[in-house]
Structure formats: C-alpha cells, structure tokens
Design a protein around this ligand. Sequence first.
Ligand code: ZN
Length: 437
Amino acid sequence: MFGVRAKFLSILLVIFLSVVALSLNIIYLVGDGMSFNQLLLASILEGRVLTTMTLPYTAITTTYSYDSWVTDSAPAGTALFSGFKTLNRAIGVFPNGEPITSIFEIAKNGGYKIGLAVTCRVTHATPASVYGHVSNRDDELTLAKQLAESGTVDVVFGGGWQWFLPTANGGRRTDGMNLIELMKQKGYEYVNSIDGLKSASSDKVLGLFAASHLEPVSSRPSSQPTLDLMTTKALEILSKSGEPFMLMVEGSQIDWEAHSNDFYGVWKETVEFDNAVKVALEFAKKDGNTLVIVTGDHETGGLSLSKGGYSINVELARKAKGTTQMFLSQYNISDKEKFVQGIKDWYGISISDAEYETLRKVSSSNLRRELARFVSEKVGFGWTTWDHTAAPVPVYAFGPGAQYFVGFMDNTDIPKLILKLTGLSTIKFPVVSAAGN
Ligand SMILES: [Zn+2]
C-alpha cells in the first residue's frame, strides 16, 4: 500500500517538476556594445561592484557573424535570439533570406507571454531580432509592420512611433498604414507618456515614448522613462497572469556612446542598464522560477582601460559634467576662450593651443567623437575604433539553469540553452555533474 502511494506521489512529483520546467520565465538583458571593459569602466567610476557582476555564473562568448569576425547588431541579435549565424545587417533571416524562428516566437507558440523594453526605436536591430525578419536592418517600415501584424510581442516599450504612423499623422509611413490603430484593434493598450506607462493595466501594451530613440540617459527629459522603470512595468504586466514569460531588455545606447568614444556616456548608459539588471534580479530572487541572463551583443570602440603609465585618472573622470554631445550643445569651438574654459569646467582638462588648433580643424560632423576621444585619453581611457570589434563578451546568469552558462561559448549557444531549459526544445546538451560523467 505504501509502495503504491509512494509511486503515485513520485509520479505527481515528476508531473509537477516537468510543469515547473516548462514554465521557467526568462529575462534576457543585452547591453548593446557592452563587453568586459565597458562594465569595468562603469564599475570603476561608480566606485562599486555593479549588480551585473554579482550574478553567480559567468561564461564568455564569441560574437562573430556569418560573414565577418566583426558583427553588427543585426546578426548579433539574431544569433542571441535564434541560435543561428547570419549576414551582417540581416535580422531574423538565414543568409539565403529565409526566415529564422526566434526563441521568442517559439515561446509565444508555447504559451509564453513575450515582452521587450529598450531605449532605442523598437524597430532597431536588437529588439527587431525578437520578432522581425528582414535582410536589411534599415527596413524599419517593414519591421514595424511585422511587429504590429505578428502580435508576437505582448509588451513593447521603447521609442520610434514615427515608423508606426502615416505621414498624414506626423509619422514616416508612406503606405498610409496606422499601425498604432491596428495594434489597438488587436487588443493593445497604447501609451506614450510616463503616466500612461505607470497606469497601463492591460495584458498587451504598446508604449512608444519618442518619435525616434529615447534621449541618452545623461540628458533624457523627465517625460521619457528610464530602462529600469520600463523593466519594472513590463515584469508587472507579464507576470500577472501566472503564465510563463520571456522578456528582452536592451541597454541600447551603451553602443552609441562607445561609437562616439565617449567615456562619460558609456559610464552612464552602462549604469542605467545595470539598474534594469537589478530590477530583473530582484524579481527573479522573489519569484524563484526565473532565469536571468545578461550579456552584450558585441564590443564597441575597442575600449582600453588605460592609455599607459599604469594609471587611470579616476578622480578626474568622475568630475566630468556630461557627454561631449551635451558639451557641444552649449559651447562653440569657434569661440576659443569660452571653449577652452568650458573644457576646463566640464572635464577639468587644460587644453593647449596646439590641441585646440587640432580640434578646430576637425569637421563639425566628427567633432563630437574626436573631442570625446581626446577627453577620454586625457583621463586615461583609450579607444581603437569608432566601430565594433571582435572582442568576446561576458555572459552572466542567475536562477534555475544558470549553472549551464559557464566556460567559453558562442553567442548562438545561449538561445539553445534557453530552449532546452524552458522545455521548448529537445536539443541535447551536456549534463553538468560533480562526478564529471
Ligand atoms: Zn549592437
């Protein structure tokens, strides 16, 4: 009798465990252009360990695309969200143009709620890799249509309403489509303000808070939300039904500040991203059935944490008052006296006549990044490029299954592990065991 009962209980346990395994929530956070040095720069300037760095399991991944060691965000997002390499500039399609199903689309079909929260346009490369399928990442007209028509993503937070509205309504759509109206008809609540975001109560919400990208966090107006606020709200909406969910969060602008070689911008954008990681981690700790994964899609800028001399002038760097974009919105290089004094006031740097003359000769379109590289190097941060690099990136994991995110991997391994751990695929992967078998 006891034996039958034990058998019955163990069957119940197996059923219970498989239901739990099937319902694992995923919060997948991507710092665009963020690798080890971007994180460590922010950590050094903050004078503290970032939340991201406290996650218990870490791996390292390569990021190369199908056709280059140096990926752009489109194939990087595709690799991270589908497990396949594709061509630079391609989103959610194989090199031959055939669509690849993303893990978010697989999860949606498996009964998951899907969300994304970003500080760029929701049709930009990384978020578009969640739901989109185009050969050219610039085709944001098509990506917005795919987002609206597919209904893959239940909670969409970010910028870029211009791609959802026809030109007659102040948007950039030349096909006359009003995708915001279409999504409302499909049951989405539409919000475009912080108050609207906070009070949104539907299961499906489209939140677009800017015509294009959100402003950089260093100069973002109070009318636009922070990434941690969007993450908090997305988690509230996605988790309320009790169904499993998969949320993608991107710190979109770490990359752009790194493209500009702006150490201050990288610092602040990385901290904003890390604040969203904190929200995710706190949710996962309370929930107990949520896997948090944090990674970068590639490194940007070839950032080095010294220009030599065995030092970084941390105290000087910490006193900086803003990005060089913010600086140049207030100071004109042709007004030498004010410009030189401005650099002293904003960055604590005394600029020589020769240095001023070199900067003055830079074209106005390049001045922002040349000035940013100049200021970076004065405080001890070096850069090798205005573009991306092939440097590997870290992966951090917390929660059920986090122990599999260890060692040297490829970016395509992450979604494969997620599919396995959520029970959404039967892909085999090595069993981690203390016995080593
Ligand atoms: Zn990127």
